[in-house]
Design a protein around this ligand. Sequence first.
Ligand code: ADP
Ligand code: ZN
Length: 746
Amino acid sequence: MDLLTASGMETAAPPVRRVRVLLPLPLASPYDYRVPDDMELEAGAYVEVPLGPRHVFGVVWAVGGPGDNWEAGVAANRLKPVIRRFDLPPMPEVSRRFVDWVAAYTLSAPGSVLRMAVSVSAALEDPKQLLAYLPSGDSPPPGFKMTDARRRVLALMEEDGPPRTPADLARDAACGIGVIRGLAESGLLTPVALRAQPRPPIPDADRAGPELSPDQAAAADALRAAVDARAYSATLVDGVTGSGKTEVYFEAIAACLKQGRQALVLLPEIALSSQWLDRFARRFGVRPVEWHSDLAGAHRRAAWRSIANGEAPVVVGARSALFLPYPDLGLIVVDEEHEAAFKQEDGVIYHARDMAVARAFLGGIPVALVSATPSLETLTNAETGRYGRIDLPARHGGASLPEVTLIDLRRPDSRPPARHWLSPILTQAMGETLAAGEQAMLFLNRRGYAPLTLCRSCGFRLQCPNCTAWLVEHRLSRRLQCHHCGYTDRLPETCPSCEAEHSFVACGPGVERVAEEVAQLFPDARVALMTSDTLVGPHAIQTVIEEVRAHKVDILIGTQVMAKGHHFPMLTLVGVVDGDLGLGGGDLRAAERTFQMLHQVAGRAGRESRPGRVFLQTHMPEHPVMQALAAHDRDAFLAAEADQRRAMDLPPYGRLAALIISGEDERQVDKLARDLARAAPQGDDLQVLGPAPAPLALLRGRHRRRLLLKTARGVAVQPLLQTWLGSVPIPAAVRVQVDVDPYSFM
Ligand code: ADP
Ligand code: ZN
């Protein structure tokens, strides 16, 4: 007789299936969810899950199975079910490992790193399912009130563009979603379903590139071999500006395309010009998929989906492109690898060049680090054999390096007249250049009209109320601005301190002031100003670049936004207004960075058959940076710089990690900084410096203190930091940011 009871049958019911889902939030670990009976989920699947009253997206980090011991977590009957799975290939395993790796390295929450990988959550939706609007063309119903916000939305939609989602419209019109909803309810907007995104066009790897010189061909062979090896390798491509580094790495991209794998090129944001994209298109027939902060709405979603679906063969992007979920990445190129712009300074603090090497290692693929002025970090790795190295010593076509002249601003005969900033030596050279029908460029890495404004009668300086910083006068926009927090104000008519009237004077030059001087000196010259105030985003720069190339501009004046990679055939003179600008301050890389920047600026002169001239105004002509620039002796400079760093155990010969403690209550911030200092790790091969007020002791209304951990090169700083931070309770109102391998000491 069968004795099986009803309750016995119940225990035979299938166990609850669980998944562990990583959410894009700063949580300590993934959360567990129940898999509904009719759903199949594997690791990497993109899902929607409940979180309190909200629905959020997440990625399945692990799938439960027999013996996984998860029962220790949330009881099965309390698990919330996964709501749905998005129609996308799962996030690849290597991408997930990369998220975890970056989180561990930077001591960030894995969910914060995940948010960089899936930064556009609307892209998870099948585009056909997304609600979008077109203007209906109807007249407003009776009683309809036309507000400014509503008018902005309708104005946006007048151009007969594609249908736009409520989120895109709200962002572009700077209004709330409710405004869009209101317009739809009034019948002024018609809902439509978005069309499926077209696939990005396929670059043609078989198109012929230029005929390479023997040096270039050897370099291309080496990179191609690295791609064909389908294994991890890191290679420094070191060559002067114009030596054909880009042509060479294009060959590696072609090899990667022929394997049917994806290639990623990382560029500093401001170098991501359409000049680069056009050049890629000339070589491969089509433009690559772009990824950068200027990319908005529908373009951003389409780019993300095409990458995640494996339909984007080549992606060029700023640092955040590294985190995208490439299903089959076969090559990473980091162009301008020395650029400070690869370091992200807020949120998850990371260096994209270093993370690119880690990504290549995890994926078993090659990475090429490209520069005319490699960082000391990368050069050291090349010297010790951790990285391979390819040299391209000569400029293509024999174009010679520009002659660099140092102008000693201390000498009476080369000093500019009072309240002027250009030496007679430089202005004479500019006159010669213009007379020869050529172009000149003046470089000053300082936005605005004057860096400091003070009262003539009492010396009072105008300071930002939220930051430890002077307000910078911007005469074009008639405002005083803080470059740290964006605070703006009008120039006061009377001094707040001594009440003198119209007593404020500008001290020192910014680019606007140099432009004023140039207009006086060369009234007939056509002048263009290139700064981040006049140009926002990579595509805005384009117009000016086209004008310069078409020779509609005689003199170009700008900050570092104009220094990058642009190729101007008729530009033969470069003047550096203040070569010493980057050398002050307590930054360990000040000399290295100044050298890199000035070298890059100088490299703009004489890129083709006409020889170039560079004039460098300085108060320190004997400084190693100036000497190296004048003598074209980069390696001597780097050797001296390396010796200094080695002697002081500074990177890349030692390691650093910074803690930045900030909060609105200064006493609380100070107390935590002191508590952390008392709990600091101890050991022979490490040292903790601080706490000290940060150079920006006040930033956006928050008080800031810094601690610096300095260790020998071989020490793993993450466990040290973890123990250290875990040993001191951190009040909710105070924030502690961890910056492993800091580049900014502000
Ligand atoms: P880099 O990246 O080192 O600054 P590029 O690759 O931009 O150098 O090359 C500089 C210029 O010389 C570009 O206009 C490029 O098209 C051209 N060039 C480089 N190599 C060749 C070549 N082998 N044949 C023809 N043009 C070349
Ligand atoms: Zn400020």
